[in-house]
Design a protein. Structure first.
Length: 372
């Protein structure tokens, strides 16, 4: 897992090739504080009910909120989204990731893709794949500005995957959709989310992706939900499972201690080259850090990007401002997942004990290997 992008938000889903130019652009955006990569949550609606969903408990009617709290704001209307896209492009955005909820439940998706094409935005989609029917896949295949689609997979078998989505038949529809989209010439990457309910299938999940010729990424981090509830954490792998994975089917992917820990490399791309915008217009440092820097309904995006105290705070952080990370001997082995840290501690400079334990275990295994 070394090296890794500063944030997963800036990992481009595209066919194999020389991405040196994109890498240089990402570095330049990071240095000059240009929002090159923006994730836009077009809807909170979803057609499956994943137990680990970070938005809210899908077995409830919607986001949990105090009875005395005001009614949540409505999702952005299409004219608002189109105007926002123009603001993003003017601010320097080139890579727009559309997510949800489930992006394919959004009724105006193709209008958004049309506008993205018209204003020269390269688009990526994050989907569960179940709605990639032949007509939808064929239409998506016609967009030359669609870099690729990341499709989440939660198991190597229907029983495990469908148990997590709580929708019978979703595993087959997901994989059929991935195959169907690839046949249209669209780059497809599988996102394998590792959790308590599928840890025993990790080797088989990797074999499934390899056997079908799909590139993939793995993610072991399950966080509390953005609505403040923590029921999703019941799906997080436990220390015993993590140890078994790192000493078994993920042994070739554990961090090797090669990540730089100097001031220039320590920060991630949050609020530097990346940001995210929620379905209700809240601007976040990245899609996994729900710390609002402002709302695009109240002020132009560029004003938030350039002047938000939240973004200024993040950009000014030094290693010493991370009280637990600064003295930690495991920094070079750590994913430094700010989203996990923020959701676990309520502080951008806090920690997530799971991330810390994973880094410590990686260092321990690395030292054991070096003495053999």
């Amino acid at each position: 897992m070394d090296p890794a992008p500063r944030c997963q938000d800036d990992a481009v889903i595209a066919p194999p090739g020389d991405h040196a130019v994109v890498s240089r652009m990402q570095s330049m955006a990071y240095e000059r504080m240009i929002p090159l990569n923006v994730s836009l949550e077009v809807t909170l609606k979803c057609n499956i009910r994943c137990l680990h969903c970070y938005n809210f408990d899908r077995d409830t009617a919607g986001p949990a909120c105090d009875d005395a709290a005001p009614t949540p704001a409505p999702e952005l209307e299409l004219p608002e989204v189109l105007t926002l896209m123009g603001e993003l492009r003017a601010a320097g955005c080139l890579f727009l990731s559309l997510t949800g909820g489930e992006v394919l439940t959004y009724p105006h998706l193709f209008a958004v893709l049309d506008h993205a094409r018209d204003i020269n935005l390269a688009v990526q989609l994050l989907s569960n794949g179940t709605l990639l029917r032949p007509g939808v896949a064929a239409r998506l295949g016609g967009y030359r500005n669609l870099l690729g689609v990341s499709i989440s997979v939660y198991g190597a078998t229907p029983e495990v995957h469908d148990g997590i989505t709580q929708v019978h038949g979703s595993w087959k529809r997901t994989l059929d959709g991935a195959e169907r989209l690839r046949a249209q010439g669209v780059a497809v990457r599988l996102k394998l989310i590792v959790m308590r309910g599928n840890a025993h299938e990790v080797a088989a999940m990797r074999a499934l992706a390899d056997g079908r010729g799909f590139p993939y990424m793995l993610d072991l981090t399950i966080t509390s939900r953005h609505d403040g509830t923590d029921g999703s954490l019941a799906m997080r792998i436990d220390p015993e499972q993590l140890n078994a994975l790192y000493r078994g089917p993920l042994g070739d992917l554990i961090p090797t201690g090669g990540r730089s820990v100097d001031e220039a490399a320590f920060p991630c791309n949050c609020a530097r080259g990346n940001c995210a915008i929620s379905a209700r217009g809240e601007v976040y440092p990245c899609v996994s850090v729900p710390w609002s820097a402002g709302n695009v309904r109240k002020q132009p995006f560029i004003d938030i990007w350039r002047g938000s105290p939240v973004f200024e705070r993040i950009r000014g952080l030094r290693i010493a401002d991370y009280p637990s990370c600064a003295p930690c001997p495991d920094k070079a082995y750590c994913s430094r997942d700010r989203g996990a840290a923020y959701n676990a501690s309520g502080s951008y400079t806090g920690i997530d004990p799971f991330v810390c334990s994973a880094a410590g275990l990686a260092r321990k295994i690395g030292q054991e290997r070096s003495t053999r």
